[in-house]
Design a protein around this ligand. Structure first.
Ligand SMILES: Nc1ncnc2c1ncn2[C@@H]1O[C@H](COP(=O)(O)OP(=O)(O)OP(=O)(O)O)[C@@H](O)[C@H]1O
Ligand SMILES: [Mg+2]
Length: 499
């Protein structure tokens, strides 16, 4: 123990004395070397330091040059470090970005974190550069400029240049796409397109904040799982689509009666994949030319998006009850020039006009009325039926609306199961009945109300069916009567002819 302590003590004195020597040397250097010699000597000194100091530093400034726009690389690095390493940083600062619905936690100034890539450690530090210039800044950022400093061993220079930086920027951008505020675009009435508004986008948008998720959608769990798998496969198959030479697109057709959750499903899909939604309102489109303009505008919007806001990777297009609207329009207005072929061209145009993944969703209440050309594979690859509420769908709603778990011993559940088999009710109606109407409503009251509604619906259906059979019977007998009369007449005629 004692020698050890001694050697430590000696080491300390040695360090102290060599520090002293260094300081003296530096003072001598300053005092005795003529000014013009200092440059080259410092240069050599730097080289010697470089020889023993094998690290490379790369700086990424928040604002580049005199630009007012934040550097994209800086933002991407911020997101990347936020997602991967902020838990190491002890001090964080919160940023709320304009196009994002979330708060970004970023390293505070002068924090350091490490990141690992392919087994190599990289050191990231954030720093603040205070401008020495005495200037007045409108944006308050002339005095304070953030930058990130990446430090790595020079033997990894190749890895950094070829892979690591790309990895960081790509990941950062992907996170930005996921975190951005998504939008629901609708096409505006064509009147506003011309004149002073001509520079405005043909699509107007609102923030898309629909809360629907696959968890809250009531449908057969197997079917739901299948749809989720389909979406995941699609969204992760960029390379596969490229390999088979197919555009990275997929079309869904959702069909079923009103209130079975088609629109809800679109919102859930968009939330799941973090896509924007384009809802094409066909009645606002005057003719095929306008349809084409709209298409061009979605692709333009995409480019603007990817430059200005870190990119919309995916877009979703919903076309509601396409055929119905087309038919209605053609009935109402004979001069309507949106035609089925125009629409098909539009869809194929959407398909081919843009890079990046894209899903188009069509919904209709009458699948059997759709033109086969519209729903063939390639335009609509997956057909999904949203049906009346079955028992499995009901259990999801019960869990969601009343926080009730499936309970086989519950008599009310058993009754509901039977009633749902006997009668058709949409998930929208089931949900409405399950929703508590006052603070006194407990789960049992709500289930009771649903049973009442189901029984009513069953009775209504029975009465309706009876009426139908009555009508059918009446029709049948009317036909029979008519036939008899005809036979009689014919008989008379034949008799007359034979006479
Ligand atoms: N399968 C479902 N799961 C959960 N909620 C549902 C479901 N179907 C309908 N709902 C509820 O009913 C409401 C109406 O449903 P939605 O608008 O999705 O029906 P739709 O099938 O699009 O009808 P339409 O054919 O009239 O457009 C939704 O807001 C939702 O709350
Ligand atoms: Mg709908």
């Amino acid at each position: 123990m004692v020698p050890m302590m001694w050697s430590m003590g000696e080491a300390m004195t040695q360090v102290a004395s060599s520090m002293g020597a260094l300081m003296v040397a530096y003072a001598m250097f300053q005092n005795y070397f003529p000014y013009e010699w200092r440059g080259p000597i410092q240069l050599y000194a730097q080289k010697i330091v470089d020889y023993f100091y094998p690290y490379i530093h790369v700086i990424f400034h928040e604002y580049q040059g005199d630009g007012f726009e934040r550097s994209k690389a800086f933002s991407a690095i911020e997101r990347y470090l936020n997602a991967n390493s902020t838990n190491q940083a002890k001090r964080l600062k919160a940023n709320v970005t304009r196009d994002s619905d979330s708060i970004i936690l970023a390293m505070a100034d002068h924090e350091e974190v490490t990141d690992e890539y392919k087994g190599v450690k990289f050191l990231w530090a954030s720093s603040l550069k205070v401008s020495s210039r005495q200037s007045i800044s409108l944006f308050g950022r002339d005095e304070e400029k953030m930058y990130f400093r990446l430090k790595f061993h020079r033997r990894h220079r190749e890895l950094v240049a070829k892979e690591y930086l790309k990895h960081v920027l790509d990941e950062g951008k992907a996170i930005a796409v996921k975190e951005r505020q998504r939008k629901l675009y609708t096409n505006s009435k064509s009147e506003g397109w011309e004149g002073r508004y001509s520079r405005r986008s043909l699509w107007s948008h609102v923030a898309f904040n629909h809360p629907a998720t696959f968890d809250t959608i009531a449908m057969d769990p197997d079917k739901k799982e299948e749809i989720i798998k389909d979406l995941v496969t699609f969204s992760t198959s960029k390379d596969y689509y490229a390999k088979i030479g197919k555009a990275w697109k997929r079309g869904y057709l959702l069909y079923g009666p009103p209130g079975t959750g088609k629109s809800t499903m679109i919102a859930a899909m968009a939330n799941f994949l973090k896509y924007d939604i384009y809802d094409l309102e066909l009645t606002a489109v005057k003719d095929n030319t306008e349809l084409r303009k709209l298409l061009i505008d979605t692709t333009k919007g995409k480019e603007e998006g990817s430059q200005g806001r870190g990119g919309h990777q995916g877009k979703e297009d919903e076309e509601k009850d396409v055929m119905e609207k087309l038919k209605k329009m053609e009935e109402n207005n004979k001069s309507s020039r949106v035609t089925l072929s125009g629409l098909l061209n539009f869809i194929d145009g959407l398909w081919s006009a843009c890079a990046g993944e894209r899903i188009i969703v069509f919904t209709t209440n009458y699948v059997e009325k759709l033109d086969p050309a519209l729903i063939r594979r390639g335009r609509m690859d997956k057909h999904i039926e949203l049906a009346y509420c079955g028992f499995k769908a009901f259990t999801i709603l019960a869990k969601n609306y009343l926080d009730l778990d499936m309970d086989h011993s519950n008599d009310l559940f058993a009754k509901i199961r039977q009633l749902l088999e006997d009668t058709k009710m949409t998930p929208a109606d089931v949900a409405e009945n399950l929703m508590p109407k006052s603070s006194d409503d407990d789960a049992e009251t709500c289930l009771g109300r649903l049973i009442e509604a189901l029984e009513e619906a069953k009775e209504e259906a029975r009465v309706k069916a009876e009426e139908e059979t009555e009508k059918l019977k009446a029709k049948k007998s009317a036909i029979e009567d008519a036939e008899k009369e005809e036979d009689l007449e014919n008989g008379v005629k034949e008799n007359g002819q034979s006479n």
